[in-house]
Design a protein around this ligand. Structure first.
Ligand SMILES: C[S@@+](CC[C@H](N)C(=O)[O-])C[C@H]1O[C@@H](n2cnc3c(N)ncnc32)[C@H](O)[C@@H]1O
Length: 262
C-alpha cells in the first residue's frame, strides 16, 4: 500500500469523482480508493491512465452510458453495486467529473442507502472547473460576471425547455453540459429569449486532456464553427463575456482553435 490513507471498507461503496480527464486532477482520496478497490465500475469518459491506478487484481467493469446507448441501465447498475458490496468487496463506482454534478450520483447513493449498503461520496473536479481552467476562461470575473450557473441541455423527454431569460444576460456566465448535439438549438433559444447574438461563447472539447480543443465565437456563429471542426463529445459550452477575458494558460498541451474561421 502506498502512503495514501486507508480507504478500504469491505461491504461498502464509494462514489468517486474522477475529474474531467487529466489524471493530475484526481484527489488523493480518489487515487487511494482506486488503488485499494476490489471492484471498480466505471463510466465511458474515464481515461485509461486513471484506470491504470487500479490494482491488477481488481475487477473492472465498464458500465458507461454513451449517448443513446445505455449499456447498463440504471436499475441494473444499482443492483450490481449492491450485489458486489454484499459479497464483501470494497466497491468503487468511478464517475467522470464530480459524482453529484449531472452524474446521477444522488440517485445511486439513495438506491444503495435504501438497500442498506454504506455509501460515501468522494468529490471530483467537475467539467466546468477543469475545462475553464485549462482553457483559461474565468467563470466569474469582477468586470464581467458575478454569477455562474451550470445547466444540462439533456433532460427527460417530458420536461419543457429551459427558462433562458433567467439563465443568460449581462454579468453572468452560463455553463451548459451535454449541449453539443443540440448546440444550434440551444444557442438559437438563448437568442430567441433576448440574449444578444453577439454574446461571446466557447466550446471546450476533451477538456484537460492532451487533445483538448477550444473554439470561441458568439452565440450566432459558434454552431457553424463547431460543425466545421467536427467537434465531438465530451464538449462543454461556456456563454458570457468571461470568454473575452480569456488568458490561454502557458504550457497546457492543447490544440487550439481560437475563433476558427476568422
Ligand atoms: C453526464 S455529464 C457528467 C458530468 C460530470 N459528472 C462532471 O461533473 O463533469 C457529461 C457531460 O459533461 C461534460 N464533460 C465531462 N467531461 C468533459 C471534458 N473532459 N471536456 C468537456 N466536457 C466535459 C460534457 O458536457 C459531457 O457531455
Amino acid at each position: 500500500m502506498s502512503g495514501f490513507r486507508n480507504m478500504r471498507r469491505p461491504g461498502g461503496v464509494d462514489l468517486v469523482g474522477a475529474g474531467p480527464g487529466d489524471p493530475g486532477l484526481l484527489t488523493l482520496d480518489a487515487a487511494a480508493a482506486l488503488e485499494q478497490a476490489d471492484v471498480i465500475l466505471h463510466d465511458r469518459l474515464i481515461p485509461e491512465a486513471i484506470l491504470a491506478l487500479a490494482s491488477p487484481t481488481a475487477e473492472r467493469l465498464y458500465v458507461g452510458k454513451a449517448r443513446a446507448n445505455h449499456s447498463v441501465r440504471q436499475e441494473a447498475l444499482n443492483e450490481l453495486l449492491t450485489q458486489r458490496a454484499r459479497e464483501g468487496h470494497y466497491v468503487v463506482r468511478l464517475k467522470g467529473g464530480d459524482p453529484l454534478v449531472f452524474g446521477r450520483g444522488g440517485e445511486e447513493a439513495a438506491a444503495l442507502a435504501a438497500a442498506g449498503i454504506p455509501v460515501r461520496i468522494i468529490p471530483g473536479i467537475t467539467a466546468a472547473g477543469g475545462c475553464a481552467a485549462y482553457a483559461g476562461i474565468p467563470l466569474t470575473h469582477r468586470d464581467h460576471a458575478y454569477r455562474c450557473q451550470f445547466v444540462t441541455a439533456h433532460r427527460r423527454a417530458e420536461e419543457t425547455g429551459l427558462d433562458w431569460d433567467a439563465l443568460v444576460g449581462p454579468h453572468q456566465t452560463l455553463v451548459v453540459y451535454m449541449g453539443l448535439h443540440t448546440l444550434a438549438e440551444v444557442c438559437g433559444e438563448m437568442v430567441a429569449a433576448g440574449t444578444a447574438a453577439t454574446t461571446p461563447a466557447a466550446l471546450v472539447e476533451h477538456g484537460t486532456r492532451p487533445q483538448q480543443r477550444v473554439v470561441t465565437g458568439t452565440l450566432d456563429d459558434l454552431p457553424q464553427r463547431a460543425r466545421a471542426l467536427a467537434l465531438e463529445s465530451p464538449c462543454l459550452l461556456i456563454v458570457g463575456d468571461v470568454v473575452e477575458a480569456r488568458t490561454p494558460p502557458a504550457g497546457i498541451p492543447a490544440e487550439e482553435a481560437h475563433g476558427a474561421g476568422d
